[in-house]
Ligand binder design. Structure first.
Ligand code: NAD
Length: 262
């Protein structure tokens, strides 16, 4: 019988090699994407059944959000579905394994494309959110901020184009939409860490969204060992020392635990 992609079992020798590379890391860095959170029940973008198979990304561009009340209403309608799913999600063994690698000094930080806050909830301390967070909402004019919970209550009460109660500006989740500038400080820091790390660990990313994906060649060009844990092939597999295909929740705990002596 054909193996399902999420039942792929990487070669134990490859697991052992990846574990040894991680165990020797002194300035490691992880990059995560939507694939690390699918086992927490949050769908990714590009797998079949993922979020983009049901919504049109162009419709949710930053420019559209600013220009059209109709686009904002549709976006917040989507948020009404998404936010409770984010709150209900729990970190999975892959998130916990990264928190453990940080505690043991193997990785310095997690750079994430995710907006779900699951790394922090798993105990990671240094989390660089390249695409922002869905758990806060900000005013695009005066920059005031609220917990998403507060704005969610307004949406539930029927206010599907919520405005800032201080200045009347448009409210938007503190996430980075298509067409929106990347957060400068986070992006700079992510590249600086990638260019000086000794091991670069990718978990659950298709590596097609830039600039996040460009961290991989940046790290490799600076001499870092690269490990990719992903269910599907990525454009940077050829740069990696080890590519482990399969479930992040199953693989991460195995490569994160220190190799047994003997
Ligand atoms: P993507 O959807 O492009 O790719 C996800 C990758 O993860 C795929 O290649 C898939 O093979 C792999 N994958 C899925 N489940 C996996 C599992 N259990 N174990 C191992 N691999 C698995 O996602 P991306 O690369 O993060 O980039 C797209 C954008 O998605 C980012 O900008 C991010 O902001 C956004 N996003 C975030 C969330 C979230 O916060 N959880 C959810 C959806 C999308």
């Amino acid at each position: 019988m054909a193996e399902r992609a999420d039942e792929l079992a990487p070669d134990p020798a490859a697991i052992a090699r990846a574990a040894a590379i991680l165990d020797a890391a002194r300035r490691g860095l992880a990059l995560t994407g939507a694939g690390i959170s699918t086992e927490s029940g949050i769908p990714d973008f590009r797998s079949p059944g993922g979020i983009w198979s049901r919504y049109d990304p162009e419709e949710f561009s930053y420019q559209n959000f600013i220009a059209r009340a109709e686009a904002r209403r549709k976006y917040w309608q989507w948020g009404l579905e998404l936010y409770p799913a984010l709150v209900a999600a729990r970190p999975n063994p892959a998130h916990f394994a990264l928190a453990d690698l940080e505690r043991r000094g193997r990785i310095q930080a997690v750079v994430t494309q995710n907006i779900d806050d699951l790394h922090r909830r798993a105990g990671s301390r240094d989390v660089i959110e390249l695409h922002g967070t869905a758990l806060r909402v900000g005013c695009l004019r005066c920059r005031a901020e609220w917990p998403r919970e507060d704005i969610h209550a307004r949406l539930l009460a029927g206010d599907l184009d919520p405005r800032c109660d201080r200045c009347g500006g448009i409210l938007k989740p503190r996430t980075i939409s298509f067409g929106e500038p990347m957060p400068a400080a986070e992006t700079r820091r992510a590249f600086a860490l990638a260019e000086s790390c000794d091991v670069f660990l990718v978990v659950g990313s298709s590596l097609v969204v830039h600039p996040a994906a460009s961290l991989v060649p940046a790290a490799a060009a600076s001499g870092a060992h690269v490990i990719i844990v992903n269910r599907d092939p990525t454009p940077y597999d050829d740069l990696a020392d080890e590519v482990l295909r399969g479930s992040a929740g199953a693989i991460l705990p195995r490569i994160a635990e220190p190799p047994r002596a003997g």
